[in-house]
Ligand binder design. Structure first.
Ligand SMILES: CC(C)(COP(=O)(O)OP(=O)(O)OC[C@H]1O[C@@H](n2cnc3c(N)ncnc32)[C@H](O)[C@@H]1OP(=O)(O)O)[C@@H](O)C(=O)NCCC(=O)NCCS
Length: 238
């Protein structure tokens, strides 16, 4: 049983100045059923009701309750009063409440796994993939990776292609989610350092610049439980 909980991460103060980024991970399929919908907002309830598959409906309900509970605990807002709006690319943000000023969060889901990243120092992005999920990464990366990144993947040890491809994919998505843009930006525009993509020692911050997006961004990749996960932070605006 894997309860929803905070994971230790490298704060890497020399690369990420004064980051207070925090990471939480849980498996919604192993959680108590919190999905009645009663504590959710009207938009969340409408979204939940549209989900025909009971498993997907339950997962949505549990992860939104986790998010509400976390924001409530961190910002001192009653759970039912947590209110979101989304930017024009779909990134949820808190509707201004004095207690929530400067509170950033982002979420990612794969199979039953759910991650939430939070920070008060700058926008954050998180992306996760459940290990073993049936995805054709070679095909995904033909669209998302640069020629150089594809070369590293081919050069790496035999049998590591899918794992390294997942790392490249989650790192790019986390950066674009920290930027608030998601896949409205072509992931090829994000060039990762080789050390990050094929590193045998995950969990270190790397700096990444993305042409056309305000940065720099800091990104780190983690392998935890049965997931590969990337955490990114955009440099706070002065
Ligand atoms: C963000 C995005 C990459 C998520 O893809 P994914 O890998 O399928 O899903 P994940 O589980 O990792 O992330 C989903 C979460 O990301 C967040 N999110 C959505 N859009 C986001 C964005 N532009 N930036 C950052 N985070 C975003 C939401 O919290 C969402 O959670 P929810 O489904 O519970 O609401 C994808 O939705 C996207 O590219 N959206 C932007 C495209 C766009 O511009 N759309 C315009 C119309 S809204």
């Amino acid at each position: 049983m894997f309860a929803f909980r905070e994971l230790p991460i490298d704060q890497g103060s020399s690369v990420v100045p004064q980051s207070d980024i925090r990471l939480f991970l849980g498996n919604t399929d192993e959680a108590a059923d919190l999905s009645t919908g009663a504590e959710l907002g009207p938009e969340e309830r409408a979204r939940m009701e549209k989900l025909q598959d009971p498993l997907l409906r339950r997962r949505f309900g549990v992860r939104r309750r986790w998010l509400r509970r976390l924001i409530s605990a961190e910002c001192g807002i009653p759970e039912r009063e947590v209110d979101y709006r989304v930017n024009r690319h779909g990134k949820p943000e808190l509707v201004d409440a004095v207690e929530a000023a400067g509170f950033h969060f982002n979420t990612s889901t794969s199979e039953g796994w759910h991650a939430i990243a939070t920070s008060r120092t700058g926008p954050v992005g998180v992306d996760l993939e459940a290990i073993g999920r049936q995805v054709n990464y070679a095909q995904v990366l033909r669209l998302a990776a640069s020629a150089e990144e594809l070369e590293w993947l081919d050069d790496a040890q035999a049998g590591t292609f899918d794992l390294n491809a997942m790392k490249i994919w989650v790192a790019k998505e986390a950066i674009l989610k920290a930027a608030g843009r998601g896949l409205s930006v072509n992931p090829r525009r994000v060039s990762l350092p080789r050390s990050l993509a094929v590193s045998k020692t995950p969990g270190r911050w790397s700096e990444v610049l993305v042409p056309g997006l305000a940065g720099p961004f800091w990104v780190q990749i983690l392998e935890r439980e049965q997931v590969i996960l990337a955490l990114a932070q955009a440099e706070p605006k002065p």
